[in-house]
Design a protein around this ligand. Structure first.
Ligand code: DMJ
Length: 462
């Protein structure tokens, strides 16, 4: 452990010697546990692609046309009464990036044949937006077929009705057919994670209303920050009142922070930059927590700044990538070391742990992507082979503990490794995409020319 700490704490890593062997790009790196190790990027990219195919085959065999596969019972699963093709839409751009042309074509044909949003059902605005609307937009950008854009706009015209509240902050649920809304008690992630998709739609359609609606919601939410510039976990979108004053970077707030920064970069929006600067300062001042085990981000009361919980988990791991994107590579590297440590404590990361006791609070692993995302971002900015090794070791454990005969399964508890009957679409959209892109040398996607939505769907910056 001490050896690990010495290594992970060092800002200057010892090496990256890139060389060519047998036509493959190899990078050698000093292993995270002190032994020399070589990561063969091409081999790793191929392994990730093969595992994508394994899971995709399971979906195709047992759940084709449904939202998702339940991997243990091998039963299909829909979120609502009619499928929104969550898995094929979410997975489509990953297949394009992996050059899985036949699979992408099959998914595309299914989408154009089956996807129909004119259905009388209440859907969760946030989830449908980041997965389905977000996936259709990147499908359009990568594939060029305008039918993807038409579907995206049709969906957005239905979802945007959720923003029809007294404050402009969206309700949690909206009926796709009637536009009826519900769920006034919400949270920043479900209020402020729309700018990247709505702005991209405005760009492609020339219609500014989408960006304006998302920005209005973001502004209304930002206005509710505390005098310390901290964000509340609970918000009533009708009254604009804070319902829960706990502040953190965890689920319920995470992607609001992410979209403030990403919106400012993607749309060169100075208004958003002016919001992001004090927000990040407050997050680093009141939520960051340095312990003997590394840098973490905990929870605090938004008014006093006092610590309320020393919780950190799989979802929080996104923040190393956000720190890298905002050019704070020092904190980003430190946090990614913590992320990796969290992963390795039980071979797979838990949903939530206490970073003071280093004990698991909530042991599920939902096949989440954020730790791979962090390693990918850090590698793009530093070219440091340490991140390849993190990715390789995490991926090896993912295969070892989550693979089933037919697909991949979440874990009920990372301590027992007991599996759970769930394989979320973000496993295809994010986890396997970030793992693949970490090792991919094809140049098919230029990291520095895109912004990923929170579901890992890339949008061009030009
Ligand atoms: C995804 O749906 C998105 O990344 C979201 O922002 C957070 N949760 C999952 C992945 O863990």
């Amino acid at each position: 452990m001490k050896k690990y700490l010495r290594l992970s704490g060092a800002i200057l890593f010892l090496l990256i010697v890139g060389f060519q062997a047998q036509g493959q790009a190899l990078e050698t790196a000093v292993s995270l546990d002190g032994n020399s190790q070589t990561v063969d990027k091409k081999e790793m990219a191929n392994r990730v692609k093969a595992e994508f195919m394994h899971a995709w085959k399971g979906y195709k065999t047992y759940a084709w046309g449904y939202d998702a596969l339940q991997p243990l019972s091998k039963k299909p699963h829909n979120w609502y009464k009619k499928s929104l093709l969550m898995t094929p839409v979410d997975a489509f751009d990953t297949m394009i990036l992996m050059d899985l042309t036949d699979e992408a074509n099959e998914a595309k044909a299914l989408i154009f044949k089956e996807l129909d949003f004119d259905v009388d059902m209440d859907v969760q605005n946030f989830e449908v937006s980041i997965r389905v609307f977000g996936g259709l937009l990147s499908a359009y950008e990568l594939d060029g077929d305008r039918r993807f854009l038409s579907l995206a706009e049709d969906l957005a015209k239905r979802l945007i009705k959720a923003f029809d509240s007294p404050t402009g902050m969206p309700y949690r649920y909206v009926n796709l057919k009637t536009g009826a809304t519900s769920g006034a008690i919400s949270n920043p992630a479900e209020i402020g994670t729309y700018l990247v998709e709505y702005g991209t739609l405005s760009k492609h359609t020339g219609n500014p209303v989408y960006y304006q609606a998302a920005l209005k919601a973001m502004n209304a939410l930002y206005a509710l920050r505390s005098p310390l510039n901290l964000t509340a976990e609970g918000i009533n979108v009708e009254t604009g009142k804070v319902t829960n004053p706990e502040s953190h970077i965890s689920g319920c707030i995470d992607s609001y922070l992410e979209y403030m920064l990403k919106g400012s970069i993607l749309f060169k929006d100075q208004e958003l930059t002016a919001m992001w600067t004090p927000t990040l300062e407050a997050v680093n001042k009141y939520l960051a927590d340095q312990t003997p085990d590394g840098l973490w981000y905990g929870h605090a009361d938004m008014y006093s700044g006092n610590r309320t919980a020393s919780s950190y988990g799989a979802l929080d791991a996104f923040f190393s990538g956000t720190l890298a994107l905002t050019n704070d590579l020092e904190r980003a590297a430190a946090l990614q070391s913590s992320n990796y440590k969290m992963w390795m404590l039980n071979d797979i990361e838990p949903e939530v742990m206490n970073y003071r006791t280093m004990k698991v609070d909530y042991g599920t692993y939902a096949l989440r992507p954020e730790n791979f995302e962090g390693a990918y971002y850090l590698y793009q900015y530093t070219n440091d082979g340490r991140y390849l090794e993190m990715g390789k070791n995490m991926f090896n454990n993912l295969v070892k503990f989550c693979r089933t005969d037919d697909a991949y399964a979440a874990l009920k508890d990372v301590r027992t490794k007991e599996k759970q009957d769930s394989m979320e679409s973000f496993f295809f959209a994010e986890t396997l995409k970030y793992a693949y892109l970490l090792f991919d040398d094809s140049g098919k996607l230029d990291f520095h020319k895109v912004i990923f939505n929170t579901e890992a769907h890339p949008y061009r910056m030009d």
